[in-house]
Design a protein around this ligand. Structure first.
Ligand code: GLY
Length: 350
């Protein structure tokens, strides 16, 4: 479906308006090769990447810096840890990084979350730029300032809201991404289309995804920008970005249950939270995106993981539901009600 993305030059700047923490998000094919035109690289720069990202990406960025150090962490969620944090911090100490220097994340969500968190803490905060290389991070996690590591078996439990100074999004980098990783990112775009952008959903329904990927990225970023500008610290509205994630996280975190990627789990979590009337359309789009994997669900494990071992009855959770495409409702339900809805829906799809 999306193996090779066709070349189409786009150049779009999206302004994230957050007062003194405002910044530009630039979407442009080939921008990684001209990063120095957009970022202040005339200082010491730590370029953080992981072992799964093509080496040329970090090298391309480093070559444009006055004085660059590249730090490579292991690919995978395991790097979002105190060890990952220590490795980057130690590299900065070893090379005498000061508060006036900066760090750049060149990678997916793990690299972005980890590097951003180190940047928030090193000398109480140094400049952080993000150059996301996966579709998921280009569409969602590279903007909005959520940074974190995992601890004690709990995802993202230690972190900070720390906005990047600029985000450069180069859709050309997706050419090296495996198909399954493209699907993984599309889940977040489908999520945003369902809650907030009927036209984006119709692109998924009626158009070729590959040739419209730049528009899918830009539209998703604009939705997230609108949400984050209104609710940076997730007091309310930002919860809609977690649409499908309660059950999705439950599926993802329930041990030995599946080998599914985050986006594949979110896709499953989205289906029950959509009204029955629109479910056939949603399922059709998820199939088109390669995101429809009905597995053997273990509901006890899912419930435990979704609600962090809290008692699965009586307690309340806010969930997003979509009754019509492009609109959402935030509603409060009991944990066990959410699980029942998901169970009835997903078991009925077998
Ligand atoms: N990815 C969800 C958020 O940034 O709030």
């Amino acid at each position: 479906m999306l193996r090779m993305l066709k070349y189409r030059v786009v150049g779009m700047t999206i302004r994230m308006n957050l007062g003194k923490d405002s910044y530009n998000i630039i979407v442009e094919r080939g921008i990684i090769a001209t990063a120095d035109k957009h970022l202040n690289l005339n200082r010491r720069v730590l370029v953080v990447t992981d072992s799964g990202v093509p080496k040329t990406y970090a090298k391309t960025v480093a070559e444009q810096c006055k004085d660059a150090v590249i730090c490579i962490v292991e690919q995978g969620e395991g790097s979002k840890s105190l060890e990952g944090f220590a490795k980057i911090t130690q590299t900065m100490l070893d090379h005498g990084f000061s508060r006036k220097d900066c760090v750049i994340a060149v990678g997916g969500g793990v690299v972005g979350d980890l590097t951003g968190f180190v940047a928030s803490a090193y000398m109480r905060g140094i400049d952080f730029y993000n150059i996301p290389t996966t579709l998921l991070s280009q569409i969602d996690s590279s903007i909005g300032g959520k940074t974190a590591i995992n601890f004690g078996g709990v995802k993202n439990i230690v972190g900070a809201f720390y906005q990047p100074k600029k985000v450069l999004i180069d859709p050309e980098l997706l050419k090296t991404l495996p198909q399954r990783q493209i699907s993984n990112g599309l889940a977040e775009a489908v999520k945003m289309a369902l809650t907030s952008d009927k036209e984006l959903f119709e692109i998924f329904e009626n158009k070729d995804i590959e040739t419209n990927i730049d528009e899918i990225i830009s539209r998703s970023l604009n939705i997230k920008k609108d949400v984050v500008e209104q609710d940076e610290k997730e007091a309310g509205l930002r919860k809609i970005l977690n649409f499908g994630h309660t059950i999705g996280h439950g599926i993802e975190s329930s041990e030995n249950l599946s080998e599914l990627y985050h986006g594949e789990c979110v896709a499953l979590g989205i289906i029950p939270m959509c009204d029955e009337k629109i479910r056939p359309r949603v399922i059709k789009v998820l199939k088109k995106c390669g995101l429809y994997n009905i597995i053997d669900f273990d509901w006890e494990k899912i419930a435990k993981a979704a609600f962090h071992d809290k008692k699965a009855d009586g307690e309340l959770v806010t969930v997003t539901i979509v009754k019509e495409v492009g609109n959402f409702e935030l509603t409060t339900m009991r944990f066990d009600e959410v699980i029942d809805i998901a169970k009835n829906c997903l078991e009925g799809l077998r």
